[in-house]
Design a protein around this ligand. Structure first.
Ligand code: AMP
Ligand code: GLY
Length: 423
């Protein structure tokens, strides 16, 4: 069959790699893709938000299945456009992608259906938000309602910081219309875990757990980024934690969306905080995580096309989702200066070192071809993933493989997976 993947990051490279392993895939396209994806798929120069053009392409090329990797097109309604044209597509419709697209919506949903999460209030009026803060406990968390590239969350230690945050989000509109509504939320402490799941509208099957490292610098310092590295599984995600989440969070979310007339088909990514009071939902995403996909998909034993099709057809209950009994670590190679200001167009060398190396992967995020040469084209450039029999071995292997690649402004964190030592 012919498969089209929408997106251009490391996550989409991991999805394309997974699709390429399937016997069912005869031809893979990716719009717009990147240099690494171009080695296993045909990249198509159509932007992820150009829904009509993408649907025209899918019709013309007789694409059998489209997999949408990114949040923006999902929240914008790409799935509705494809379905209206009778095209087979994997992802939530617009009315379900709101689970990620609006934090105010997702908080209200959790409250209504008793799904454990931090206490909160939603605000449309900055004056009311400021009045609320006067009597609040600190630290406190401010969240722009809409999509903000993972940067719309401010943790404020003092009233002054919080006041400045309200101004940034609601008045200066630092995140655009995403800040028309703001969530003010209780600050929680604990370990963070990412759990991705396949959902077919009724049934949910969770994948193996992972942990992200969102801050730019070692020791969780510096600005929030899209994610600087991941490991899977999380040693803190115990059987007991899983039992609790299966019982009170996962199926409850799917049932709640159905009860609201917004059945969810696609990926739900649960951002969880393991607090002293038990696991709570930090946020929902309506897609694979990036870089979580780069550690979870290499460990998945199933044929991804079979699983995705079972979600579309409502037969996920018949799928036995299986993951290898090993571990994986992904270290992101970024451009120095990310997430603020960085140079692009710098030549990258060393890709040949990954050839024929089982259990080592070089997923491309921000790369492009300049003639014959692969050059940097973004803040997060590559995701270097390695497997190992356990987390420590996987981490050693991943860091070793980061040395195989070179580019002038290469930057990475050196403590991805440090938490493993505390488990
Ligand atoms: P989110 O986009 O909602 O996942 O938030 C980004 C990051 O901010 C999370 O991964 C957490 O590290 C942090 N965060 C969000 N909400 C809270 C909260 N209520 N308490 C503590 N940290 C939070
Ligand atoms: N790594 C976090 C995310 O994909 O949102």
């Amino acid at each position: 069959m012919k498969v089209l993947i929408v997106g251009s990051g490391g996550r989409e490279h991991a999805i394309a790699w997974s699709v390429a392993k399937s016997d069912k895939a005869d031809k893979i396209y990716c719009a717009p893709g990147n240099a690494g994806i171009g080695e296993i798929a045909q990249c198509v120069p159509i932007g992820a938000m150009e829904f009509e053009k993408l649907a025209d392409f899918a019709q013309k090329e007789e694409i059998d299945l489209t997999i949408v990797g990114m949040d923006d097109p999902l929240v914008g309604g790409i799935v509705d456009v494809f379905e209206e044209r009778g095209l087979r597509v994997f992802g939530p419709r617009k009315n379900a992608a709101i689970l990620e697209g609006s934090k105010a919506f997702s908080k209200d949903l959790m409250k209504k259906y008793n799904i454990p999460t931090a206490a909160y209030e939603n605000f449309q009026d900055p004056a009311k938000a400021l009045a609320y803060l006067e009597t609040a406990k600190f630290p406190i968390v401010l969240k722009a309602d809409g999509l903000a590239l993972g940067k719309g969350v401010l943790i404020c230690n003092t009233l002054e910081e919080a006041k400045a945050g309200v101004k940034e989000i609601m008045e200066d509109k630092k995140f655009g219309t995403a800040g028309n509504t703001m969530v003010i939320e209780e600050f929680m402490t604990g370990r963070e875990v990412s759990v991705l799941s396949f959902v077919d509208g009724n049934t949910i099957k969770t994948m193996t757990s992972a942990q992200d490292h969102k801050r730019a610098k070692d020791g969780d310092q510096g600005l929030n980024t899209g994610g600087m590295g991941t490991f899977s599984p999380s040693p803190f995600y115990t059987k007991e934690v899983d039992d609790f989440c299966q019982k009170y969070i996962y199926q409850a979310t799917v049932d709640a969306m159905k009860a609201e007339g917004r059945p969810f088909k696609g990926i739900i990514f649960f951002g969880l905080m393991l607090t002293e009071e038990g696991p709570k939902v930090l946020e929902y995403n309506a897609r694979f995580g990036d870089p979580e996909a780069q550690v979870v998909l290499p460990r998945m034993e199933n044929d991804i096309i079979e699983v995705v099709e079972s979600c579309i057809d409502g037969t996920l209950d018949q799928v036995d989702l299986k993951f290898e009994d090993n571990a994986a670590v992904c270290v992101v190679l970024a451009s120095e200066g990310y997430p603020v200001k960085y140079e692009k167009g710098i030549p990258i060398t060393g890709f040949e070192n990954f050839k024929d190396k089982d259990g080592y992967y070089c997923f491309h995020a921000g790369t492009r071809l300049d003639g014959e040469q692969i050059v940097t084209n973004g803040g997060r450039v590559l995701g270097i993933t390695a497997k190992g029999k356990d987390l420590k071995e996987a981490r050693k292997n991943a860091y070793e493989a980061t040395n195989w690649i070179n580019f002038a402004n290469k930057y990475m964190r050196h403590d991805i997976g440090k938490a493993i030592d505390e488990a």
